[in-house]
Design a protein around this ligand. Structure first.
Ligand code: ZN
Length: 392
């Protein structure tokens, strides 16, 4: 049977499952009921569950009828700490928590893939790993899978996945070759001077003047250190120091974030920030300490995997429903922890908008309504990709 028909027969069933998950959202690392539901469904579908020591989230494995490679499909399952204001009959029943990033749709789409792929497993030359990942919103869930050494249990050769996109209509997908999401690092700086009376700068070391020059110098990181074809952002979002206009304080604290679309230039900018912070302070007789919190790497889609997804989409939803996305997002996505480190991969955007203006509010918006007919679209493309990749 062709993939579209295989998926279509279960479309209504999975919309119901999605609405159940939508009613019962769970925050990052607390996805206990969602995990239970996923485990029950995978068991019902005859999918093996790999026990790798996850607290929440599930790793499933479908064994194909013939030997071959392994495709890993990864989706995230957690919700956000914000109220739902959609007024939908199946709106969140948990106060202050809702699926406003569409991870309920992701979870359900992967369950749909599990059911269909398990049914046709005999035709597959290879295996399918199903990664139901917790805690994406905290940016830590992918790392939890790595810490549990998921790659030893399933040995993936390629990673594919999707994220809903209210900017595209349901029934369509968006594909982006190369950089698709930015890295996200945070840092804080403690600038130490020597405080005293504001009338006698000759006796003191002014951390406010040092910080002002430092922050101005830091603006040269993106403009003078980065390769301009890869967008980058450096934002200083907080600064605190001093209490009175006529007193030089002892220290100033400020903090910021660095976003980049290229790993090599991200690391060059990290070094530049550290160098400027140190030398600027020393040049003005002060000192500074920087605390760096390495965040997520940039998500860079593999061109070949995107080509494979495009071919799968042409066969299932048709070329008219494929949008080649021009620009990457400067937001981050922790799927980037999986690839390219553990194999090539790509994530595509799954259109979830329709004629209702509330379906276009955007992600992390309390009023956004996702058109859940997109589950069928996402599952069709993913199932077809697996069938193509694991064809004997
Ligand atoms: Zn998300």
């Amino acid at each position: 049977m062709d993939t579209k028909k295989l998926v279509q027969q279960y479309a209504a069933e999975f919309v119901e499952i999605r609405r159940h998950i939508h009613r019962h959202p769970e925050l990052s690392n607390q996805e206990f009921e969602t995990t239970k539901l996923i485990r029950e469904k995978l068991t019902e579908y005859g999918v093996e569950i790999c026990e790798i020591g996850l607290k929440t989230g599930v790793l499933g494995l479908i064994h194909g009828g013939k030997p071959g490679k392994t495709v890993a499909i990864r989706e995230d399952i957690d919700a956000l700490p914000m109220p739902e204001l959609t007024g939908l009959p199946y709106a969140s029943e948990v106060e202050g928590v809702c699926h406003s990033c569409g991870h309920d749709i992701h979870t359900t789409t992967l369950l749909c893939c599990a059911k269909v792929l398990s049914e046709i497993k005999d035709e597959l030359a290879g295996n399918v790993a199903l990664i139901f990942q917790p805690a994406e919103e905290k940016g830590t869930g992918a790392q939890q899978f790595v810490d549990c050494r998921f790659y030893e249990a399933v040995r993936p050769d390629v990673f594919v996945g999707l994220h809903v996109s209210p900017e595209f209509p349901a029934g369509s997908i968006g594909l982006k070759k190369g950089p698709a999401n930015a890295s996200s690092d945070m840092f804080s700086v403690h600038v130490t001077g020597k405080g005293g009376h504001g009338a006698h700068p000759e006796n003191f070391i002014d951390p406010i003047a040092i910080s002002a020059y430092m922050i101005t110098q830091l603006q040269t990181v993106v403009s003078r250190e980065n390769y301009p074809v890869y967008a980058a952002v450096l934002t200083i979002g907080s600064i605190h120091g001093g209490k009175a206009g006529n007193v030089v304080p002892d220290f100033v604290d400020f903090s910021g974030t660095l976003r980049s679309l290229n790993h090599e230039y991200r690391m060059k900018m990290v070094e530049a920030i550290k160098r400027i912070v140190k030398s600027c302070a020393e040049g003005m007789r002060g000192s500074a300490e920087i605390t760096w919190e390495s965040g997520l790497p940039p998500l860079v889609n593999n061109d070949e995997v995107i080509d494979g997804l495009r071919a799968a989409a042409e066969k299932t939803i048709g070329a008219d429903h494929i949008v080649m996305v021009a620009n990457p997002s400067v937001g981050s996505e922790d799927f980037s922890v999986f690839f390219p480190e553990y194999g090539p991969g790509a994530q595509f955007r799954l259109g979830s908008g329709n004629d209702d203006p509330n379906s276009r509010n955007g992600l992390h918006n309390s009023k956004n309504i996702f058109d859940d007919s997109c589950i069928e679209t996402g599952a069709s493309v993913l199932v077809q990709y697996v069938r193509d990749f694991l064809s004997a």
